[in-house]
Design a protein around this ligand. Structure first.
Ligand code: ATP
Length: 324
C-alpha cells in the first residue's frame, strides 16, 4: 500500500468530506500525491467517494482497530496476549503462519484493519473490507499433537457464540464445522491451519472473519447468503468485539488443551443450526450424501443418519449444506 494511503484513510474515518487541499496541507504534500494515494487505496477495494469541490469521504464513519482498547476489553487476561494491529495485510493467517514457523510466541494475535486476500478452506476466498469486517488470527501452541486438534474449529465456534451473547446477540447459530450463521446466512468464518507433529507439540493459527457492516459491493462477491452484525445490533465496536472474543478464546482453548472438544460438545450441539435437520454432505469428488445430522462426536466428527445407516464425517474435505 502507498505510504500515505492509510494515514489519509485514518483522516477520513469520521465519514465527513475532507478537501484534497486540506489533506495535502495536513500531510505537507501535493494534491496530486493525495489523489494517487487514494487511487491506491481504491485499487485495494476501499470505497472512497470523491466529489468535485467537496473532496473525499468514506461512505460512512468507521472505527479502526486500536491496541489499547482491545487490550482493555480483554480484561484480566490481557497480559497473556501479544497483539499486533496492522493497517493492511493480505491474509492475517498467511502472515501469522510464517511467523509461527519462525518461533512466534504462543497467544500472538494479529489483526488487520484491511485484509485483501483472506482465505477460506481449500483455496476459497474470504471477502473483507475496511470497516466492513473484523479479521484477525490467533496463534495457539498445544502440547498435544495435531491429531488431537480435530474438534478445534468447533470449539472456536463456541467461543464466538459466547462472545455474541455478551453483545446481546442470541440468535447466532453454528454450522458444522466452522461457520457462524444468523437466520441461515453466514456471519463469520473460521479457518484453522496447523503446524507441528501429529504426536506433538503442535500449533494452530486460528483465523476468524466476522462481518460488521458489509457494503453491497462486497456482498455481491460472496457466492452464498451472508449477513453482518449491523443488521442485528446497534453499532458494535470492533475493538470491544475482538477483546471479548480473545477472552473467550483463551478460556475455550485452555480447556481444549485439557479436555478436548468434549467439554463444549453439548453447548456446541445446542447451537448447531442443523441438529436433527436434513442435510446434504458434499464430498470433494462431487458426490453427495443426504441424511439427518443427529450428533457430533467428542472429536468433532459429525454423525449423519442416512438410508444406508449412520455415517461419520470428519471436517477436512467435507462441506455441509442444509437440505431445504
Ligand atoms: P464449508 O461448509 O465447507 O465451510 P464454505 O463455503 O462456508 O463451506 P469456507 O472455506 O468456510 O467455505 O469459507 C469460504 C466461503 O465463504 C467462500 O467461498 C464464500 O462462499 C463465503 N464467504 C467469503 N467471504 C465471506 C464473508 N465475508 N461473509 C460470508 N461468507 C463469505
Amino acid at each position: 500500500m502507498n505510504i500515505l494511503s492509510f494515514p489519509i484513510l485514518r483522516l477520513l474515518t469520521d465519514g465527513k468530506f475532507h478537501s484534497g487541499e486540506d489533506i495535502a496541507a495536513h500531510f505537507k504534500t501535493s494534491r496530486a500525491t493525495v489523489w494517487n494515494a487514494i487511487q491506491n487505496a481504491e485499487a485495494l477495494g476501499v470505497e472512497v467517494f470523491s466529489v468535485r469541490g467537496r473532496g473525499y469521504k468514506l461512505p460512512q464513519p468507521i472505527t479502526l482497530l486500536d491496541e489499547t482498547t482491545i487490550l482493555n476489553a480483554i480484561g484480566e487476561q490481557r497480559s497473556w496476549f501479544k497483539l499486533e494491529v496492522h493497517d493492511h495485510l493480505e491474509s492475517t493467517n498467511s502472515y501469522l503462519m510464517k511467523k509461527a514457523s519462525a518461533g512466534e510466541a504462543h497467544a500472538t494475535c494479529v489483526a488487520a484493519n484491511l485484509q485483501t486476500k483472506g482465505r477460506g478452506r481449500r483455496g476459497r476466498q474470504w471477502q473483507a473490507g475496511l470497516g466492513a469486517s473484523l479479521t484477525f488470527s490467533l496463534l495457539w501452541r498445544f502440547q498435544c499433537g495435531a491429531s488431537a486438534l480435530s474438534g478445534l474449529s468447533l470449539a472456536v465456534g463456541v467461543a464466538l457464540i459466547r462472545t455474541l451473547h455478551e453483545f446481546g446477540i442470541k440468535q447466532a447459530q453454528l454450522k458444522w464445522p466452522n461457520d457462524v450463521l444468523i437466520g441461515g446466512e453466514k456471519l463469520a468464518g473460521i479457518l484453522i491451519e496447523l503446524q507441528g507433529d501429529m504426536e506433538g507439540p503442535s500449533a494452530a493459527v486460528i483465523g476468524i472473519g466476522i462481518n460488521l457492516n458489509l457494503p453491497s459491493k462486497i456482498k455481491q462477491q460472496i457466492d452464498q447468503p451472508a449477513t453482518d452484525l449491523n443488521r442485528v445490533a446497534a453499532a458494535i465496536n470492533p475493538n470491544a468485539l475482538l477483546g471479548v472474543l480473545l477472552k473467550h478464546l483463551a478460556e475455550v482453548l485452555n480447556n481444549f488443551e485439557q479436555a478436548g472438544f468434549a467439554q463444549v460438545r453439548d453447548e456446541w450441539l445446542k447451537y448447531h443450526a442443523y441438529h436433527q435437520k436434513p442435510v446434504r454432505m458434499l464430498h470433494p469428488d462431487g458426490r453427495e450424501t443426504s441424511g439427518t445430522a443427529i450428533d457430533v462426536a467428542e472429536d468433532g466428527i459429525l454423525l449423519v443418519k442416512t438410508s444406508l445407516g449412520e455415517q461419520r464425517f470428519s471436517s477436512g474435505e467435507i462441506s455441509l449444506r442444509g437440505d431445504l
